[in-house]
Design a protein around this ligand. Structure first.
Ligand code: SF4
Length: 285
């Protein structure tokens, strides 16, 4: 478990835990890929087998000092990868978290989280919320689902290993119906593909229909020119599936890792309007 330097205003992370190193969901736009994990990230995936024993020690120490804080699981991978079905490492971690009464924020693209709703409910009831959030955050469990699209066809191209967006949406709805405080991390959006007015409307409407409590939209950043880097892989996918957009992508990303400021400004204006229109808050608290 890592202590963060400061709590992020969106994700509220005081601590982070990544049970796995690498990620088998293999999203083309993923910023953790590149030379470290390679083109097919599942080949370099490793399981932190001593995580539970280490966490017990850390949480015992933090508890003695009264250093309660929100633990984000996960910040640099997904806690519900395909391996988790057999490994059950995330589940074991949650059992320790429950024992020491720390609050959690689960961030995932997977429907496997449903398996742990029992534990997450108990954490929700028993967790000790950090003193400065106690009057604003009445939840010990937060579950955020990450989306870049709600279209399964687009998801298959850009996030081939993840639970298809339509099933993810059903899981978001299931979490909300089960009483969890749950919402959407809408990032990264793909220029001219998933950030068009029509696609944004469809997504916001779907999230509102599911009952999402909050939404965090963000534009894309793409790095590196190596064969396994996110910029290379996304541009290659655009060339193959959206050749008419390649010139625009090259204009944006050849000299930069992000979309231009005028584009970002228009994007945030549009998503603020949609959040207001569909009654979706821009923060967890
Ligand atoms: S799920 Fe997250 S960590 Fe995993 S490949 Fe996709 S963007 Fe990267």
């Amino acid at each position: 478990m890592n202590k963060t330097k400061r709590r992020d205003p969106w994700f509220l992370d005081d601590y982070t835990i990544n049970p796995y190193s690498g990620c088998s969901f293999n999203c083309l736009y993923c910023y953790i890929r590149g030379s470290k994990y390679g083109t097919h990230m599942e080949e370099k995936l490793s399981v932190k087998t001593n995580a539970v024993a280490l966490l017990e020690k850390q949480l015992s120490n933090r508890t003695k000092k009264g250093q309660y804080g929100i633990i984000v699981i996960s910040s640099a991978t997904d806690p519900y990868l395909q391996f988790e079905k057999e490994e059950q490492l995330t589940r074991q971690i949650l059992e320790v978290v429950l024992q020491y009464k720390f609050p959690v924020h689960i961030i995932t693209k997977s429907d496997l989280v449903v398996r742990d709703f029992d534990l997450l409910h108990r954490i929700n009831e028993r967790a000790i919320i950090p003193a400065d959030l106690r009057d604003r955050l009445p939840y010990g469990t937060i579950i955020t689902f990450s989306f870049s699209t709600v279209d399964d066809r687009i998801g298959q191209i850009f996030e081939p290993g993840a639970t298809p967006p339509s099933r993810r949406l059903n899981t978001l709805e299931a979490a909300l119906q089960d009483g969890f405080h749950s919402g959407v991390s809408l990032m990264p959006l793909l220029p001219y593909i998933t950030d068009t007015g029509e696609h944004l409307e469809e997504m916001f409407r779907s999230f509102q229909h599911a009952g999402a409590r909050y939404i965090f939209p963000a534009t894309i950043t793409l790095f590196g020119n190596g064969p396994a880097d996110s910029k290379t892989l996304v541009l290659r996918a655009v060339a193959k599936h959206y050749p008419h957009l390649l010139e625009k992508y090259e204009r944006f990303f050849t000299q930069s890792y992000e979309v231009p400021k005028y584009y970002r400004d228009a994007f945030y204006k549009k998503t603020r309007e949609l959040s207001a229109k569909y009654g979706l808050k821009s923060s967890i608290i």
